[in-house]
Every structure is written in C-alpha cells, then in structure tokens.
Design a protein around this ligand. Structure first.
Ligand code: AMP
Length: 190
C-alpha cells in the first residue's frame, strides 16, 4: 500500500496517519516531523528548513524532495508507506511520480481529510498552547492555511482525475474520524 494523507494544517493528519499506517503495517512518513527532528538536532537540513517553517512557508521543493527520496528508500518503506504532509506542491507531485516510477511502483490511494477552516484554526491555537510550536502563532497559522489553499488544496483534483482520491470528513472526535477512515480503507482492501 502506497498512500498519501492530505488535509489542511490542524486537520488531525498526524494522529490519523498513525491509525492508517498501523492498519496496513506500513510506516507513516511525516515530512513535518522529519523537518522538526532535524531542526531540534541542529542538522544542516534543519538549518535550511527552520526559517521557512517558522514563517509558515513551504521548505523549497528540492530540499523536501531529496529528503523524501532518502526516506522512502529505507527498508521499512519497501512494503509501502503513508505520506503525511507530502506532496504539497505540483513539483512534489511530479517528483513523487518519478520516485515511484523508478521503482515500478504506483500510488494506491489518496485520502483527504476535509474540515471547517474555523475549527482548524481553533484546533491549532489549542495545540500552540500545549506544544508551544514556533509555527503555531495566530498570524503564522492563518498564513499556513492560505499557503495550503493556494498550493496544496488544488492537488486533490490531480488525484481525483487519476481515480485515487477518497475524501473523508475530518470533523468531530478523533475516534469518529478514525472510524470513517477505517471504513474507506476496508473498501480499498476488498
Ligand atoms: P506539518 O507538520 O506537516 O504541518 O509541517 C510543518 C512545516 O514543515 C510546514 O509548515 C512546512 O514549513 C514544512 N513542511 C512539511 N512538509 C512539507 C512539504 N511537503 N513541503 C514543504 N514544506 C513542508
């Protein structure tokens, strides 16, 4: 299973990605988590990424694509993977297509969590209180939503045209959303 989980910042992608990945016994690969780990370790990659992340901008495609190439080449990703937060731009879609084609592989499904923007902003402000993430101030949150709408939301149509898109209502309790996702996943397996 090679899958993508899409959805705006605060849609609960990280939590749901773990549920889906566990269901299939594949790694959940979060580009945001990999960037954050590099920032906290002070690696060269972290240094390149930090200013973009703090401003709510996307890290440049070349940097992100190289990082994803290296990650999906790792042995645990051989049976499949769930990408959380990637691809986010047209250039990343194209690069992922190349990566998969080089391995003779293809995508099985794209899951999109749909949410109400106001609720998402509230969730992010709450998370900011708990985690204190530098990219969770209100201005940056609003900017991240704008960047998502402009650059990433349109990618759903690309995958819909390929017959891969499954939209799932991301509103409500975490467990309810997991149940909806699991129901979609059951249809994929049969
Ligand atoms: P996330 O945890 O997925 O919300 O990502 C946090 C931040 O990491 C984003 O706001 C971007 O700055 C950066 N980032 C994560 N994934 C990508 C990506 N696919 N392309 C560019 N930047 C990314």
């Amino acid at each position: 299973m090679r899958m993508i989980l899409m959805g705006p910042p605060g849609a609960g992608k990280g939590t749901q990605a773990k549920v889906v990945a566990e269901h299939f016994g594949i790694p959940a690969i979060s580009t945001g988590d990999i960037f954050r780990a590099n920032v906290s370790r002070g690696t060269p990659l972290g240094k390149k990424a930090q200013e973009y992340m703090d401003a709510g901008e996307y890290v440049p495609d070349e940097v992100t694509n190289l990082m994803v190439r290296a990650r999906i080449d790792e042995p645990d990703a051989e049976p499949g993977f769930l990408l959380d937060g990637y691809p986010r731009t047209q250039a990343q879609v194209a690069d992922l297509d190349d990566m998969l084609a080089a391995e003779g592989a293809s995508l099985d499904a794209v899951l999109e969590l749909t949410v109400d923007t106001d609720e998402v902003v509230q969730r992010l402000l709450k998370r900011a209180e708990i985690d204190g993430r530098a990219d969770d101030t209100e201005d940056v949150i609003r900017h991240r939503m704008k960047v998502y709408d402009e650059e990433t939301a349109p990618l759903a149509a690309v995958y819909r045209d390929r017959g891969l898109l499954h939209q799932v209502d991301g509103m409500g309790e975490m467990d309810e959303v997991s149940d909806r996702l699991t129901a979609v996943l059951a249809t994929l397996q049969s």
